[in-house]
Design a protein around this ligand. Sequence first.
Ligand code: NAD
Length: 356
Amino acid sequence: MSVFSAPSFDSHEQVVFGADRSSGLRAIIAVHDTRLGAAVGGCRMYPYATESEAIDDVLRLSRGMTYKSALAGLPLGGGKSVIIGDPARDKTGELWRAMAKFIDSLGGRYVAAEDSGTSVGDLQAMSHYTDHVSGFAATEHGGDPSPSTARGVFVAIRTALAHRLGASDFHGVRVAIQGLGHVGFSLAGLLKNAGAEVLASDISAAHLARAVAELGVTPVASESILYEDVDVLAPCALGGALNAASIASLRAGIIAGAANNQLREAADGGRLADRGILYCPDFLINAGGIIDVHYQRSGLDRADLNAHIESIGDRLAEVLQRADRCHRPTGEIAEELAEELLDARAPVHEPLRSVA
Ligand code: NAD
C-alpha cells in the first residue's frame, strides 16, 4: 500500500514503523500534527488482517486526535500508535519493553495513552522504560480515562437531545449502546442514573451479562443494535459502524458515541445529514479521555476536570448551530472549526513532562 498518497495520510508530520524480532513486536506510530504540542494519543492493539488496514487505522486515528485536542482546547498535538497483534494472546513483558523503547525513540514527540486492546497495566509496564506514556497515574479512579470519556459523551447526548428535541432531561429517552467495554459500561451507568432507558449489545457475553446484572440494561443482539427504534444510538465499540449499508436502515434520530472513526468514509457524513440524522462528531465528543490524560500529566487541579469536560457540550452546540445555518454535515463543520483553532494558535511544541 502507498502511504504518502493514501487519503488518510493528510500531511502527517511523521509515520514510523517499528519491529522487534525477539518480542515479535510490529507497530506503527503516526504523528499527525504537533503545532499545538506533543502528539498525544492512544496505543491500540488489534489483530489487523492486513498491514494496509493497520496503516489506514493509525493514520485516521492520529488525524482525529489532532482535531480532538484542538476542539477540546488542549495544548496537545495529534498522534496514535497501533500494535499488530491479538490482545488476548500476544501480550508479554518483552513486547511492552520493545514498544516502550520504540515510543521513547521519538523523544517525546509522541506520548501514548490507553486505547482498545491496551490497559492501564500495559501502560504501567511501558512506563518502566519510557517517560512518554500516560493515563496510569495513581488517582482516585486509578488513572483510567474511560469514565471521563463516558462523561463527555453523556454531556454530548444531553446537548444533542436539547438541540434536536428540546428535551431538558433523560426521562422517556431511549438510548442504544453498541459495545459495553470501558466507555460503554460507564456511559450506560450515567444514562441509567439520569433516567434513560438503555438498550445495549456486546459481542462479549460476559460484558453484556455484567451490564444487565449491575445496571439493568436491556440486552439486544449485536446484529440488531444499530437498527433499534431509539432516540440516540451510541457506537462505543470499534470504528466503521456507520456506512452506506447501515445508515440506510438506522432508526435513531441522533448518533452520539465514543468509538473513533465511526464513519467508514467521509461521504457517510453526508448520507446521515441527507437522512436527517443528527451526527455528533466522534472526535469532538469523545475528548473526555484525552482531557483527563492531560490533567493527569500536567498535574492540573482535578476539581476543574468536570467543568472542562462539560465544555464539550458548548463546543458541540456551536457545531450543531453552524451546521444548521450552513446546511452542511456536522463532521465537516467540526473539522473546519478545528482547523481554525489550529491556525489561530502559535506553535508551542515542547515535550510534556511526566507527572508519574
Ligand atoms: P473496549 O475495548 O474496552 O470496549 C469495546 C467493547 O466493544 C468490548 O466490550 C467489545 O467486546 C465490544 N465490541 C466489539 N465489537 C462489537 C460489536 N460489533 N458489537 C458490540 N460490541 C462490540 O474499548 P473502550 O475503551 O470502551 O473504547 C470504545 C471505543 O471508544 C473505541 O473505539 C475507542 O477507540 C473509543 N475511545 C475510547 C476512549 C477511552 O477513554 N477508553 C477515548 C476515546 C475514544
